[in-house]
Design a protein around this ligand. Structure first.
Ligand SMILES: [Zn+2]
Ligand SMILES: [Zn+2]
Length: 687
């Protein structure tokens, strides 16, 4: 009898690149995506059936599946293909990807070792909606009068052309929607989505920031009613997230607005994908499976044979090159859609001639005062939060450092705290220097809090708002701040890149950018690209409806070519300059990279591990696999949270060669003994 027991492979969230074999006693045939509870050590875990085990040899230690939770209705073969691709491309364990793609309630048992009740509730909720779904065409007609009453901006010729192409696109068809800030990309998406929904399709809309989802959801809901619009991001309450997932996965939802995790959701009726602000670094996941949501979205579109549109005013160079090569169709919006709105005039202040006092140069202060007196709003953009990036003792030279990281503590004056921005450690601000006893400790450098203080001194009657990760930490704070900004109550908005993204402030006539120089000559090769995108984006906040607007940039390097492109609002000239530099240096997108990171309490062990890894890799490199392994190096911030980190870069001009190499190499690395924690990252962005 024993010999006839069927064995199945089950995917479990474990950091090993394999499935685990169990006995199968259910009356149902095992198939991919069925969720099961399996014994795991002394506990139980949720796993996904991968399929019948290729090896049916029953061994003594093979345990039976404990119970079957569902029939895998939602996890289709299409979804399987996507996560299998992701696992292969990112060289990440399939079980980890598959399980982590699900909402927590579907993959983690509750304290009693049972499936949480919210799963059944959410499934019922979605099934009910699905049953109530009417023919999209008739429901749209029924709602037509309501839609016609809504204030819908007229599209200009460029927008109409873009909508026509996107709405009628068939099959796998990537578009790059390149439009200056304020050129009305959102209207193009809305009109396109409306057309696609008439065909009964589901549309996935990816946004880079959680902060942008509430406004997007409200807009899409209003404009596309009665179509079902759901939002998915990592900050949702678990029940809301689970419900939204079931709505998407059963096909009950029509539009799924999501941050990067949305790309791994099953979408049975998928008809189009929109990736807004496709250049945004937040699409890159920086832990676990380090995937890029834009790249996975392209793969998803290809597998499902649907069109995809990547939108940006400052496309990633990767995307721009693809459009140059004809792999993506470029759609251009060169005009601002709002009548009378113009891009701000960019002026540079050379801090060699006009030294900054408390962070602000004389001309910058004048501009702020003038703009305030004219009754207009100003934005002060500074990409560094906190009061001062360092606290120092001028008597003995002591600097407050983090005990756990090779990093300075950042002074947060409002909270009277020193905080480490790497590990999160915090401590009270000391009353005196721990080395010499001096009580006069000062801040070195400037963050948003300190500039806010300076501005309050400069404009004592102005209402100044600070928008950064600290001022928006609690629920509802961001909405409240934005509300004040939109209503015109705020005179000056000071903040990090958070204020640059997507928010439309009607009355902003002055944008002041501070502290940009570090990014001009950074060792990180993407720093200029990011800075340019941020400056263009924050420039786009000005003059939307305010008429003559100015952007003022304080810099020690006004001759830098990035500023010529900025002054001309010319992404294309920036891109061609930067593209040539990347080509000359054989950097992405002209080469393909991966890094292997090693973490351990002792740096020497990290470096030793990487050297061993390199020795293992060398025999795998040959004429067919032109792959180059660089020297292992400690990270710039070598220690974080008491753990030292080192990495090694692997490069190739051939992507297939790189992947062939990685596949063979990793098989050997997984066999290496030792206590060094390591992981691989494909297409790293922070180099
Ligand atoms: Zn001292
Ligand atoms: Zn730290």
């Amino acid at each position: 009898m024993k010999g006839h027991t069927l064995l199945v492979n089950v995917l479990v969230a474990a950091p090993l690149p394999k499935a685990f074999t169990y006995q199968w006693h259910s009356e149902h045939m095992p198939r991919f995506g069925m969720r099961v509870i399996v014994p795991w050590g002394r506990q139980h875990r949720i796993g996904l059936v991968q399929g019948v085990a290729p090896d049916q040899q029953l061994a003594e230690n093979i345990k039976p599946v404990h119970s079957v939770l569902d029939q895998g209705e939602c996890l289709s073969a299409q979804w399987q293909a996507l996560i299998e691709f992701a696992a292969k491309y990112y060289h990440h364990p399939l079980g980890m990807i598959a399980l982590e793609a699900l909402p927590k309630a579907l993959r983690v048992l509750n304290a009693r070792g049972e499936e949480p009740v919210m799963v059944a509730k959410s499934r019922e909720h979605a099934m009910k909606l699905l049953a109530e779904r009417t023919d999209p065409d008739t429901s749209v007609k029924a709602n037509k009068t309501k839609i016609d009453k809504l204030e819908k901006p007229e599209l200009n010729a460029e927008q109409l052309d873009a909508v026509a192409q996107l709405a009628n696109a068939k099959g796998f068809n990537p578009f790059l929607l390149y439009g200056v800030t304020g050129s009305g990309k959102t209207e193009v998406y809305l009109h396109t989505v409306e057309e696609r929904l008439k065909q009964g399709e589901q549309v996935l809309v990816l946004l880079p920031e959680i902060n942008l989802t509430p406004a997007a959801q409200a807009l899409y809901k209003e404009r596309l009613a009665p179509h079902r619009v759901v939002v998915m991001h990592s900050n949702l309450a678990e029940l809301t997230r689970t419900k939204a997932w079931f709505e998407a996965a059963t096909g009950a939802a029509d539009v799924i607005i999501a941050t990067r995790l949305g790309v791994l959701t099953p979408l049975p009726r998928l008809g189009m994908i929109v990736v807004d602000e496709e250049h945004d670094p937040s699409y890159k996941q920086q832990d676990g499976m380090r995937y890029h949501a834009r790249d996975l979205a392209l793969m998803l579109a290809k597998q499902r044979e649907v069109p995809i549109v990547l939108g940006s005013a400052t496309p990633a160079l990767e995307s721009w090159l693809k459009a140059d090569l004809g792999a993506y169709k470029r759609l251009c919006l060169k005009n601002r859609a709002v009548l009378g709105a113009s891009l701000p005039k960019v002026e540079l202040i050379n801090t060699a001639n006009f030294p900054a006092k408390e962070g602000l140069s004389e001309p910058a202060m004048q501009a702020l005062v003038q703009n305030f007196e004219a009754g207009k709003q100003s934005i002060v953009f500074l990409n560094r939060r906190g009061y001062a990036p360092q606290m120092v003792c001028n008597a003995c030279g002591w600097v407050a450092n983090c005990d756990h990281c090779t990093a300075h503590m950042v002074w947060h004056k409002n909270e009277r705290m020193l905080r480490c921005h790497h590990c999160g450690a915090g401590q009270r601000v000391p009353t005196h220097c721990p080395t010499c006893g001096n009580q006069d400790l000062t801040g070195f450098g400037r963050g948003t809090q300190r500039i806010e203080e300076t501005l309050a001194g400069l404009l004592p009657t102005a209402n100044i708002l600070r928008i950064d990760a600290d001022s928006t930490r609690n629920k509802g704070q961001m909405e409240a701040l934005l509300q004040q900004a939109h209503s015109g109550e705020a005179d000056v908005l000071v903040g990090t890149q958070m204020i640059a993204k997507g928010h439309d402030f009607a009355n902003v006539a002055l944008v002041l950018a501070l502290n940009v120089d570090a990014s001009l000559y950074s060792h990180a090769y993407r720093a200029p690209e990011r800075l340019f995108a941020q400056l263009m984006q924050v420039a786009g906040r000005a003059g939307r409806r305010a008429g003559d607007a100015r952007m003022v940039v304080q810099t020690r390097y006004p001759q830098h070519p990035l500023f010529d492109a900025l002054k001309a609002h010319n992404y294309e000239s920036f891109a061609s300059h930067e593209m040539q530099a990347r080509k000359d240096a054989r950097m992405p997108p002209f080469s393909h990279q991966a890094t292997i990171r090693a973490d351990h309490k002792k740096l020497a062990n990290c470096l030793q591990f990487l050297s061993t890894a390199r020795e293992l890799g060398e025999p795998l490199v040959d004429a067919d696999s032109p792959v180059f392994m660089c020297d292992p190096v400690p990270l710039t911030v070598v220690r974080v949270g008491g753990i030292e980190r080192a990495q090694m870069l692997i490069e190739s001009e051939s992507r297939p060669a790189l992947h062939r190499f990685l596949t063979q190499w990793l098989a050997q690395l997984h066999e290496l003994p030792g206590s060094v924690r390591w992981f691989l990252e494909v297409d790293p962005v922070d180099l």
